[in-house]
Design a protein around this ligand. Structure first.
Ligand code: ADP
Ligand code: GLC
Length: 491
């Protein structure tokens, strides 16, 4: 329940389209779900505003109506103060917008909902309503907006008449920008002058993320390298000019992972818990994984794992061209993912061509994701770009060496196990560049070479497991950013 008297030193409204464990399509949900607990020790209370999709509504443990909107983008809606899974929530109960099957963005047929502009404008408008202090039950000091779905929040704050609470726009993925035809503008309830290059207009269209980047007080992204990359024409996806113009307001704060959820010593989803001290017990997880995916029971075979959306970003089309190399090396491959149909089919075919050596599971499976992290020897993340990436962090914690491209957060979190790193005892994975099929092939062969020296492999595994991938460090950066904004406001 959102109670006014429990106001700690700093409160933040997090505006986001998904939050783990209530609703998740990717790492955005993990981050939104982990930030509140991570920031609590810093004296920051985060309340998360999410749309009331069916799974969210079903999970609410306690709820109270805090406000009623007579007409929120075409229907009556209520704003609920609620709790679920240990999270303090504000939930927009608007059945006409959110009570639908499918995931937050697409219907069961895989097609985007035709009114996504209005559905997420509603999220942003309610974010601005609460953000600008109009809900007595919760008046945040800072509004934290995540990705394009929350991008209009700073616009509604800027062009509104209530308090101008400072806002942060966090980019989790610049590839998703929420761009809509100019005709959508009339439905947004913004003043006509907002449709300008200094407002929400973007190359003649309406740009949700663009609006957030233009109007928020600070911009963050989820790794320092991605913060630099998105200011270049090659990686700025059309927004680099704007980001260069506001460069002094842009920073990169690395993601962490929830150490309680990803804890190999007490993970109930594993066949056998293990730790750095009892690494031998990890073998039972490899055997269980090989069993579950009908792979040959071979403790000595190097098992590569993949847990990913199957999209161009993730570079897994390149992996399809490397399957034969993996098999030729005597290694095995386990793939868990969903996404582009042709890639799904490609991995199904790979399994058919190499029974016992390649195992493919198409779909989303939280339990199997944990079992792959605990049972594979090396996790492949050959992304073409990667704002941060979370699976390489879980892999390290679970003693699977990540094999990654030198981009974005992958470059910031994995240390290549090369000769120099070996000498200094610091390697944690295999890093390659550029993101091409040939270089991935070479990286796979390098990994197999490392695997042949089990003593060395062990050392890298321990380095990886000892790496701090928690939220502790990042939380301090967010707390400092929140406080600097709140101080500026109070001054
Ligand atoms: P992105 O957000 O770009 O998809 P991240 O690495 O940041 O990539 O986060 C992906 C998250 O989704 C991780 O928590 C990962 O374990 C999870 N994940 C991805 N695909 C699947 C899947 N098919 N089944 C279960 N979990 C998955
Ligand atoms: C995005 C990015 C991923 C990042 C995640 C959470 O989905 O693709 O790199 O880890 O958001 O910030």
């Amino acid at each position: 329940m959102v109670t006014p008297e429990a106001k700690p030193p700093l409160s933040v409204l997090s505006v986001v389209a998904e939050v783990f464990p209530l609703i998740k399509t990717g790492g955005l949900a993990d981050v939104a779900g982990a930030l509140p607990a991570a920031l609590a020790p810093e004296g920051v209370r985060i309340v998360t505003l999410v749309p009331g999709y069916p799974t969210v509504m079903a999970a609410l443990e306690m709820q109270e109506v805090l406000h009623t909107f007579a007409d929120l983008f075409g229907g009556r809606a209520t704003l609920l103060g609620a709790q679920a899974a240990g999270l303090d929530l504000l939930v927009i109960d608007a059945p006409h917008l959110y009570n639908r099957p499918g995931n937050p963005y697409v219907g069961p047929d895989g097609q985007e909902w035709g009114d996504n502009a209005q559905r997420f404008a509603a999220l942003a408008a309610v974010g601005a309503f609460v953000g600008s202090g109009r809900l007595p039950a919760f008046e945040p000091d800072v509004v934290h907006c995540h990705d394009w779905q929350a991008g209009l929040t700073p616009a509604y704050i800027t062009y509104g008449t209530a308090r101008r609470t400072p806002s942060i726009m966090t980019v989790h993925n610049l590839a998703f920008q929420g761009q809509y035809p100019a005709s959508v503008f009339a439905s947004l309830g913004l003043p006509s002058y907002a449709m300008s290059v200094d407002g929400v207009e973007y190359y003649g269209q309406v740009g949700f993320l663009k609006a957030g980047l233009r109007l928020a007080d600070r911009i963050t992204t989820v790794s320092p390298t991605y913060a630099a990359e998105i200011r270049t024409p090659e990686n700025g996806m059309g927004l680099d000019g704007l980001l260069r113009g506001r460069a002094d307001l842009v920073s990169g704060i690395l993601n962490g992972i929830d150490e309680a959820h990803w804890d190999p010593t007490r993970d109930p989803l594993l066949a056998q818990p293990f730790s750095v001290e009892a690494l031998g017990q990890r073998a039972a997880n490899k055997a269980a994984l090989q069993g579950r995916l009908n792979l040959e029971h071979d403790p000595g075979a190097l098992v590569f794992g993949v847990i990913s959306r199957l999209t161009w970003q993730k570079g897994l089309d390149m992996l399809l061209g490397c399957v034969d190399t993996i098999v030729r090396l005597g290694a095995q491959l386990v793939v868990l993912g969903a996404g582009d149909g042709w890639m799904e089919q490609g991995f199904r075919d790979a399994e058919r061509r190499h029974p016992g050596r390649v195992g493919t599971v198409i779909g989303y499976d939280e339990g199997l994701a944990h079992q792959i992290q605990a049972g594979c020897d090396a996790l492949l993340v050959p992304s073409r770009f990667e704002p941060c990436g979370l699976t390489q962090l879980s892999a390290m914690r679970y003693g699977a060496l990540p094999v990654v491209t030198h981009v974005g957060g992958l470059a910031d979190t994995v240390i290549d196990a090369n000769e120099a790193a070996r000498n200094r005892g610091i390697g944690t994975g295999v890093v390659f560049s550029p993101a091409t099929r040939d270089m991935l092939d070479t990286a796979i062969m390098r990994t197999a070479e490392l695997w042949r020296d089990q003593e060395l492999w062990h050392q890298f595994q321990i380095n990886a497991m000892m790496t701090d991938v928690s939220w502790r460090g990042p939380a301090k950066h967010y707390a400092a950013l929140y406080r600097s904004l709140a101080r500026a406001e109070w001054a």
